[in-house]
Write a protein that binds this ligand. Structure first.
Ligand SMILES: [Zn+2]
Length: 282
């Protein structure tokens, strides 16, 4: 399956990954430069194609919503073009701590990328903020907010982006729509807390880190609520496994049925549980 480029508003285009693969967002300024939000080196051709078909003249800023490989691995590619890369200090610290090992692990199945991009390596953002910042291009005002509760929610870098002129909210991986989330790098209790203020956010369009974009605030709030309830339920179920009251198999079944039966990426459920059981949690 291929990703689809969806026009979200006049100047916003989302590259929606197939089957819950990572979303990338292009915000096109009035001079043609793009603010690009997240990019994965394994899918750089899709990103370049999206920049081309949307008529962007180049990239003015690359913004990393958080440190995970599928959101930051194309930093190298854009840094070589001298494009400033913006991220939270939490994201940068996480990349410094865990990044090199993670980068090598993720590239293992695709060694040809080292040949295609000589010197390919973990590349840190170079425009760093603590709590909040603004990124501006002609006709584009972006508010970036660091939302990793106590420094760790879905990730340690969780940042949301709000595009004022067209009222588009980009939630990063704090929100997954229509697919099971990846929880095993996260801290679920903190993630639950981080989601609360997002119920109140104002926007016309909402783009999650994975899954389809959402039209309208009301639908958006329902998705945030669903995300919250899923995590709360899943966290409770994990405690049941821990205490021996339920088996792993029971929980896998539970998380794939009822309200969750239509969610894609079902393989994530077992991976999330396994990581929890092997102690690789917070
Ligand atoms: Zn992530």
């Amino acid at each position: 399956m291929e990703s689809t480029i969806r026009q979200i508003s006049k100047s916003v285009f989302a590259v929606i990954g197939p089957e819950g693969a990572t979303n990338f967002t292009i915000i096109k300024a009035s001079d043609g430069a793009a603010a690009l939000i997240d990019a994965d080196i394994r899918r750089i051709d899709e990103v370049e194609e999206a920049l081309r078909v949307t008529g962007c003249a180049g990239v003015g800023y690359l913004i990393d919503t958080h440190e995970h490989f599928d959101h930051t691995s194309a930093n190298f590619y854009f840094a070589q073009k001298h494009i400033p890369i913006v991220a939270s200090a939490g994201c940068v610290h996480a990349m410094q701590d865990d990044g090199p090992a993670d980068f090598a692990r993720m590239l293992k199945p695709v060694p040809e990328l080292y040949e295609r991009f000589p010197g390919l390596c973990l590349t840190l953002p170079d425009v760093i903020f603590d709590k909040a910042t603004e990124v501006r291009l002609p006709g584009v005002t972006l508010s970036l907010e660091y939302r990793a509760e106590n420094g760790h929610s879905h990730s340690k870098g969780d940042t949301t982006i709000y595009f004022h002129e067209e009222e588009v909210f980009i939630a990063g991986d704090l929100l997954y729509t229509e697919v099971h989330p990846v929880t095993f790098f996260g801290n679920i209790p903190n993630w639950l807390t981080a989601l609360k203020p997002l119920f109140e956010c104002r926007y016309q369009q909402l783009i999650p880190g994975h899954g389809p974009a959402v039209d309208g605030e009301q639908a958006g709030r329902a998705y945030f609520k669903r995300m919250h309830d899923y995590l709360e339920d899943f966290y409770g179920q994990l405690q049941e496994i821990k205490s021996g009251r339920k088996s792993k198999e029971e929980i896998i079944q539970l998380m794939k049925s009822g309200a969750y039966s239509n969610l894609g990426k079902t393989r994530m459920v077992e991976r999330n549980i396994n990581q929890f059981l092997t102690g690789k949690w917070y």
